[in-house]
Design a protein around this ligand. Structure first.
Ligand code: PDD
Length: 294
């Protein structure tokens, strides 16, 4: 249960936390976010998450709300105060509050910062990974800067809801050429019959996933051949294995795409191995004094 939330300089009880009605994140989606995994009392890959946050903010000319060191401190504090040992820390930076106007405020607003932490039962995630997930494809109707982690998540929410209604747990966006761009909240991968792992190269159509980057390190260390190129739904359906990556799911096996089973319909052997290996190469930043007073 989330107990304490950090909002614009204060640690507040969850029920009392709020932002201004003219926050630009609320009115314009003028806001970026990060989701960082917490595993066994440590932040996972926080350096890469902070680097991506700085990049998203820089591209939108939103200043960092505080130094990276201070940000890391608050992330840890929020995890600690909520006693989250396994789960996620969510942080969102908005351009701040100003009377509603499309143009940026004349005098720079203070960026808004919200950080919350939520526990996730690792046994539940493990059970899900043991089964694998179903994916449903949908046309990619998002904007042309999906490399920025903005909160403009309506297309993703609609796609996930549509996927859920058809019994799937994730949606895969498909571009005008018929190539999978990425998942609604994950990067998409397949393993070809010849053992090559395929994932789309980075461009403005996809988010450069932190899990994706670290997994490429893992694949390199295991000497697994990788080809960064787009693949179609038909290629995915005839692949040996498929999976998605995200901070919340790490490496999650995909066992069917649009109702078509991948191989024997069970999580693939390489996928399972990558899931196990992942945290051996990821950056682990302990949240010290974890059991100390909140
Ligand atoms: N989603 N692509 C999209 C569109 C995403 O929203 C995400 C992450 C990813 C994977 O990025 P990373 O490996 O850095 O988590 C790719 C987060 C988890 C979310 O919105 O909850």
């Amino acid at each position: 249960m989330t107990r304490i939330v950090y909002v614009n300089g204060r640690y507040l009880p969850y029920a009392e936390a709020g932002i201004h009605i003219e926050d630009r994140g609320f009115q314009f989606g003028d806001s970026v976010y990060e989701v960082c995994e917490i595993k066994d009392g440590a932040l996972i890959d926080v350096t890469r998450h902070c680097a991506r946050l700085q990049r998203s903010l820089g591209e939108l000319s939103i200043p960092m709300p505080m130094t990276e060191a201070a940000l890391r401190h608050v992330m840890k504090q929020v995890a600690r105060r909520n006693r989250v040992h396994n789960g996620l820390v969510y942080l969102q930076v908005t351009r701040g509050q100003a009377p509603r106007d499309f143009l940026f405020p004349a005098t720079a607003a203070e960026p808004g910062l919200v950080i919350l932490a939520r526990a996730i039962d690792p046994a539940k995630v493990a059970a899900k990974a043991g089964q694998g997930i179903a994916v449903r494809s949908t046309p990619d109707t998002r904007w042309a800067r999906c490399d920025l982690k903005t909160v403009m998540l309506l297309p993703a929410a609609l796609a996930k809801e549509k996927a859920r209604q058809s019994g799937a747990q994730e949606a895969w966006f498909v571009d005008e050429m018929g190539y999978v761009t990425e998942g609604a909240s994950s990067n998409a991968w397949i393993v070809r019959a010849d053992g090559y792992v395929l994932t789309r190269p980075l461009d403005h159509r996809i988010l450069g996933g932190v899990t994706r980057t670290t997994l490429l390190d893992v694949l390199k260390s295991l000497q697994v051949p990788v080809e960064q190129r787009g693949f179609t739904i038909a290629e995915a359906q005839s692949a040996k294995e498929a999976f998605v990556t995200s901070a919340s799911a790490t490496v999650m096996p995909v066992v069917s795409v649009d109702g078509h089973a991948i191989a024997d319909g069970r999580p693939g052997a390489l996928t399972v191995r990558l899931r196990k290996k992942f945290h051996e190469l990821a950056e682990i930043t302990p949240i010290e004094r974890f059991l100390g007073p909140a």
